[in-house]
Design a protein around this ligand. Structure first.
Ligand code: ATP
Ligand code: ZN
Ligand code: MG
Length: 302
């Protein structure tokens, strides 16, 4: 009797992913990382001529700015905060006693000024707003960050700490919606070059609770979010490996992002789920990179 080995088990057995004992928290082999590095080079080849300003933020962001972002209104279930021990020696004693007897030792931890970054673009908006008005040509930024989302799962494509590569565009409505369309076309072409069949579909974010239902409907009705989907764990429910988001002027208003003429900037962002893209490649072409089609290897490694 043979139980079907899951994709996650096969990834562990091959060493591509390393089990940490926590669902959605994995180490990765050199081979896995090499695929991500090669795919990022492909992204650079497609986006490099646009002249985006590169910035890299750490996987934690300013808590005050996170609060201002409204993330806790929309996605409280996904957020992760950084807490630390800030007590006295006496408090330390009771902390150790707590640990000793297996009680909750974390309840007296204090919130620090840092929360885990939920999406690569979150630290960008306040940073750009601080500079003053955007030039007539708008703004274009190239980001990559580890992101945290509290969504533990046995699906290897749903991780709790994963990397998102993003391009963010700020400007007029026409400017940023053109940007989004350009990346949808590029996304399809890039995936074709690495031998992956994709579909693009309208999507929504998982807004929390009953009030969230209205946000979901609004987002879908207005085509604010599209996803590029590739079958990984399921053919019926393919996985979002890229997303294309148009925020209208909501981030512009929230953060005070203005254009040279004083009008509020519209923004859009395009995100690549780097682990998901690597997993799609391993799922489709096999766990041994040496066996991948020559054309795919050529696209990735020249
Ligand atoms: P999903 O609908 O699958 O939860 P999402 O809509 O939450 O995806 P975005 O918020 O648009 O995804 O994030 C941008 C990209 O980051 C996604 O297109 C995906 O490729 C990747 N991503 C999102 N959540 C995860 C996760 N838990 N693990 C790995 N990659 C993720
Ligand atoms: Zn974004
Ligand atoms: Mg999600």
């Amino acid at each position: 009797m043979d139980m079907q080995t899951s994709f996650l088990d096969r990834l562990f057995e091959s060493g591509l992913l390393i089990d940490t004992g926590v669902d959605g928290l994995y180490g990765r082999s050199g081979q896995f990382e090499d695929v991500i590095t090669a795919f990022e080079r492909l992204i650079d080849r497609f986006g490099g001529a646009d002249g985006a300003e590169a910035m890299r933020f750490p996987p934690g962001m300013n808590r005050a700015l996170f609060e201002k972002s409204g993330y806790m209104k929309s996605f409280p279930q996904l957020a992760g905060t950084v807490h630390s021990f800030c007590g006295s020696e006496l408090d330390h004693m009771s902390l150790l006693e707590c640990m000793e007897v297996g009680e909750d030792w974390t309840k007296d931890q204090q919130a620090t000024d840092i929360v885990l970054t939920p999406a690569a673009c979150y630290p960008l908006y306040p940073t750009v707003a601080k500079r003053g008005n955007l030039p007539k040509t708008g703004g274009l930024f190239d980001l990559q960050s580890y992101c945290f989302r509290h969504e533990p799962s046995k699906d290897p494509a749903r991780q709790q700490l994963f990397r998102m590569r993003e391009y963010v565009c700020m400007g007029t409505e026409q400017h940023v919606t053109d940007f989004r369309q350009r990346w949808m076309d590029r996304g399809v072409e890039m995936m074709k070059q690495v031998g992956l069949d994709v579909t693009i579909d309208v999507a929504n974010d998982p807004f929390f609770g009953r009030a969230g239902k209205m946000m979901v409907n609004n987002q879908r009705d207005q085509n604010l979010k599209f996803e590029l989907l590739i079958p990984i764990t399921s053919v019926a429910k393919p996985t979002a490996c890229m997303s294309f988001n148009y925020h209208q002027d909501s981030f512009g208003l929230k953060w005070g992002l203005n254009l040279e003429d004083g009008s509020v900037a519209h923004t859009a962002c395009v995100g690549f789920g780097l682990e998901r893209i690597a997993l799609a490649l391993f799922h489709h072409h096999g766990l041994d990179v040496k066996e991948w089609p020559v054309s795919v290897r050529k696209t990735l490694w020249g």
